[in-house]
Design a protein around this ligand. Sequence first.
Ligand SMILES: [Cu+2]
Length: 475
Amino acid sequence: MKSRLLLLVLTLSIAGCGSRSDPYDPAKMDLKPAPATLSSERHKGAFASGNSLSMGAELKPLDPSPVKEVRLDTTHKIIEIAPGVKFSAWTFGDQVPGPTIRARVGDKIRFTMTNRSDEPVPGVQVTAAPMMHSMDFHAAMVSPQDKYRSIAPGQTITFEFTLNYPGIFMYHCGTPMILEHIASGMYGAVIVEPREGYPTKVDREYVIVQSEFYAKPDPDKRKVGGAPLYVLDGDRLRASQPTHTVFNGVHNGMVKKPLPAKAGERVRLHVLNVGPSKTSSFHVVGTIFDRVWIEGNPDNQFRGMQTVLLGSSNSAIVEFLIPEAGSYIMVDHHFANASQGAIGLISTSAKAEEKELEHHNIPASATPTDPDTVQGKLAFESKCLACHSVGQGKKLGPDIAGVTKRRSDEWLTKWLKSPDKMLESDTDAKAMLKEYGNIPMPNQNLSDAEIKQYLKYFHWIDSQPAGAATAQGAR
Ligand SMILES: [Cu+2]
C-alpha cells in the first residue's frame, strides 16, 4: 500500500516536471526598455570600456554585476588584416572585431556609444570621411527604430536592454549600406550565459569570430607609413568574393600566436560567423566536438560532431577534449575560406611569455608588492600594452624598460598628463615622435594618482635585474 502511494507521488512529480515553467516565458521577460537617449556630449576617453569586455580571443570570466555598463565608440582606423595589408576600417571600440561583451540571462546592458568617426587618426591622414553609424544588438529585443537609429559624428546614444535568451549574439552597425559597414569592420559578439550557467565545466574559454574582408589597393595610391593603403572593394563585396576570410580579424592570426591549452583539458570555443556573406563550416583538426550548442544555447544540443555549419550571424559553442600534446587546427572546412586565412591553432606548446623567457635562461618574471606599484602594473597591462612592451622591444611605442633612466620623473609626469601638449612644445618629445613614425601617443586621460602609480611601476621595472620584469595581457 505504502509503496503504491510512493509510486503515485513519483508519477505526479514527474508529470509536474513535464509542465515545468518555460524558461523563455514572455511574462517573465523585460520587454519594456526605456527609450534611447541622444545627446551631443562628446566622449574623449577610452574608445571601449566596461568590466564585461574581453578584447581578444581569451574570454574573461563573467562579471557578476547585474547591470553591465558598456561603452563602444565608433572610430575610423587603419588595421592590418594580413602582413602588409593595411586596411581602412570602421570600428566599434577601436578594434576589429569589436570587444566581446559577456553577461548572463537577466542582466541588463546599459550601452553608450559616441560616434567618433570624425576624430583624426594618429599619424594618418587617409581614413574614410566621417559618417553616420549605429548599433544593432542581436542579443536585444527592442524597437530598432528607437535603439538602433543612426547617429551623427559627435553624437552619443545611450540605451538599455535586458538579456532574455542565452546565446552568442552578433552586434553590428545597422546604418545603410549595412553591407559596407559590416565589411568595414563594425561587428562583435555578445555572449549570454544561461541564468544558471553552463551545464559543463571547462578549463579554457576562447572567442572565435570569423569574418570576411574585401580589400583592394587604394585607387588614389595613398600610403600609410610607407605601405600601400587598402580600401573596401565594392565590386567584390557585392559579388561575395572576399580577398580575406579570417578568425578574430587577422589572416592566419592564431597560427602565429596559438591559443594555449594542455593535454587532457576541456576547451569551450564561442564561435560566431559574422560573414557578411559567407558560410563557415567550423572544424578543429584532431578532435571531436563533444558538445555543440547551436547559437550558444545549451537547449540546442548536439553531441559528437565533426563540424558545425554557421550561416551569416549564426554561432555555436563547441566543447572538446585536447586528447594529447599537439597543435589542434581550427579551420573553416570550406577550404577556399581556410586558404584565405581562416586558420588558427590551439596548441599544447603555446606557452605564456614568462615560460618562454625561463626557457632562455632568463629568470621568471618578478612581481611587485607595493600596492601603488601593483596598481600601476595592472593599469599598464590593461591600457598600455597594446603599444608598449616591457623589455621586449619596440611596438607602436618605445619599450618601457629603462624609461626612468632616459627621462626624469618630471618629464614623465608631464608626458603622461598630456602627450599632445608635450609633442607641441618639448624637443625630446618631438624627436621621439619622429622616431616612432609620427604616430602620436593618444592622451590617456590619466589622473594624477594614476600617473604616480605608473611612475612607481616604471621605477620598479628599472630596479629589477635586466629581463626580470615583463608585462602580460590579452593579445
Ligand atoms: Cu556604421
